[in-house]
Design a protein around this ligand. Sequence first.
Ligand SMILES: C[S@@+](CC[C@H](N)C(=O)[O-])C[C@H]1O[C@@H](n2cnc3c(N)ncnc32)[C@H](O)[C@@H]1O
Length: 203
Amino acid sequence: MEPTTPWTLGRPTRSPFAMPGGLSGRLAGRVMLWTNRQQDLLDLLDVHAGERVLEVGYGPGGLIRLLQRTPAQRICGVDPSPQMRDLAARPHRAESATGRIDLRLGTADRTGFGDAEFDCVVSVNNVAIWPDLQAGLSEFHRVTRAGGRVLIAWHGGTRPSRIPRSLALPEDKLAHIEQGLRGLFSGVTRHELATLTIWSAVR
Ligand SMILES: C[S@@+](CC[C@H](N)C(=O)[O-])C[C@H]1O[C@@H](n2cnc3c(N)ncnc32)[C@H](O)[C@@H]1O
């Protein structure tokens, strides 16, 4: 895959965790599935019956597997990596056929979905990789219905294990994400879970 230039780095990266492709991308996908446990984030997300949920940057699909067990009516996702799409979609062939689970190629700033199409939009471990933070947040605002929820999570939290600890962002970058959210959403709150720093907000 093409290298990406994350807003947090300001230079291109070919990290297989940022742009998973080829053999290293497949391996990175397996590692993420194993290490990025997201049950506590799902509890915070609190998906209700009938809701339409969008996950941005689903990677190998760990959170999609958890969302599948919620009463959500529709679970959609975008990720720019075709390999991650194949990996994430594999366990959900039946529900992809019915349209309940719909995993597409796309990015945070171009999801391809319509205005106000979701009750809830979530992104885990990719906000620091987006090339343009503001463009991504504006797209989240566009596709979330009025009163809907947005959750953005990045490595951190109160008990991060060794590798995620090294990925935690400095306070100025965390503040930048928070300011961007406050400019568009209400009720912006920062939560520290065990291994994730998360912002929740209301459209
Ligand atoms: C570190 S992985 C995290 C995957 C998954 N959310 C998890 O926590 O296990 C980052 C993912 O973000 C995707 N990604 C990269 N650039 C992106 C962008 N601009 N918008 C949305 N997703 C992006 C990558 O393809 C990759 O699957």
